[in-house]
Design a protein around this ligand. Structure first.
Ligand SMILES: [Zn+2]
Ligand SMILES: [Zn+2]
Length: 246
C-alpha cells in the first residue's frame, strides 16, 4: 500500500512543496521549470567550425593539424557552443559562481548526445576514457565542486565510458580569463601532475586514449598543459572536449 500509493503521493507533495518554495528557473532567461529551459537549450549558439588547439585556425573534426602536432600535445579539441553567445556564457557562469553543479550535469547530457552523433569513433565502447581538468584543492573546497568533474561524470553516465582521476592541480593559478593571451601559457606551466593513483599504476595511462574535459577554452593553454602530463606518461591519444569556446 505504502509503496504503490502513499510513497508516490509523498514524493509528489514533496516536489510540489519544494518547487513552490524554491522554484527552479532558467539561468539564462529566467523561465521557470529547469536550470536550462527547453527554449534556451534549442537556441544556444552551436559552433559551426572547430579550431586547431595550437594555431586556432579551422580544422575538420577539431583534429590538431599534422604540422601543428607536437609529441606531447593534444591530438584534438572539440567544443560545442559559442561562449560569445550571451545565453551560453550566462549559463556557464551562473552554474559555476552560483554553485549549481546540476547545470553541468545537464550540459553533460547535451554534449554527450551531440558527441555520439558527430563522433561515433570517440564514443564507441572501450575506445576512450574520460578525464577532467582538476581544480586546486583550496579552490575546490571553496566552491564545493569541480564543474569539469561534474561534466565528466555526466558524460560518463551518458556515454558509458569510464571516468578516471588521473590528474591533480599542484599549483594555484590565476583565473585564465583575467589574463592576456601571452600570460596564459606562463600561468599554467607546471600546474598539473599525475594523481597518486596514476603515479602508482603506470598502466592507468600507458597506451590509453583520453577525452580530456573542461567547461570553457580560450587559448587551449590549460588543456595543452594537462595533455602534456598524460602524453609524457605514454597516453596514446588525448582529445580535449569543452562545452564552449571563447
Ligand atoms: Zn531559458
Ligand atoms: Zn594548427
Amino acid at each position: 500500500m505504502y509503496k504503490t500509493f502513499i510513497k508516490p503521493l509523498f514524493v509528489d507533495v514533496k516536489t510540489f512543496v519544494l518547487d513552490t518554495l524554491f522554484p527552479i528557473s532558467c539561468l539564462s532567461c529566467g523561465a521557470e521549470g529547469g536550470f536550462i529551459c527547453a527554449d534556451c537549450k534549442a537556441t544556444m549558439k552551436v559552433l559551426e567550425h572547430q579550431r586547431c588547439i595550437v594555431c586556432q585556425k579551422n580544422t575538420p573534426f577539431g583534429i590538431t593539424h599534422p604540422h601543428c602536432q607536437t609529441p606531447h600535445g593534444a591530438d584534438g579539441l572539440i567544443s560545442f557552443y559559442d561562449y560569445h553567445d550571451e545565453k551560453v556564457s550566462k549559463i556557464l557562469i551562473a552554474g559555476k559562481y552560483s554553485f549549481i553543479p546540476m547545470t553541468y550535469e545537464i550540459l553533460g547530457q547535451m554534449i554527450a548526445k551531440q558527441l555520439k552523433l558527430q563522433h561515433p569513433d570517440l564514443t564507441s565502447a572501450n575506445s576512450y576514457e574520460l578525464a577532467y581538468i582538476p581544480l586546486h584543492s583550496t579552490r575546490q573546497r571553496w566552491r564545493g565542486f569541480n564543474q569539469a568533474e561534474v561534466l565528466c561524470q555526466s558524460l560518463s553516465q551518458n556515454l558509458g565510458l569510464a571516468c578516471t582521476s588521473v590528474l591533480v592541480r599542484c599549483k594555484v593559478t590565476k583565473t585564465q580569463k583575467d589574463l592576456k593571451k601571452s600570460s596564459r601559457l606562463k600561468n599554467v606551466v607546471g600546474a598539473f601532475a599525475l594523481s597518486p593513483r596514476a603515479l602508482n599504476h603506470k598502466s592507468e595511462i600507458l597506451n590509453h586514449k583520453f577525452l580530456l574535459v573542461d567547461d570553457v577554452t580560450t587559448t587551449g593553454a590549460t588543456l595543452q598543459e594537462a595533455a602534456k602530463i598524460l602524453k609524457r606518461r605514454g597516453a596514446a591519444k588525448v582529445v580535449c572536449l569543452t562545452v564552449a569556446r571563447d
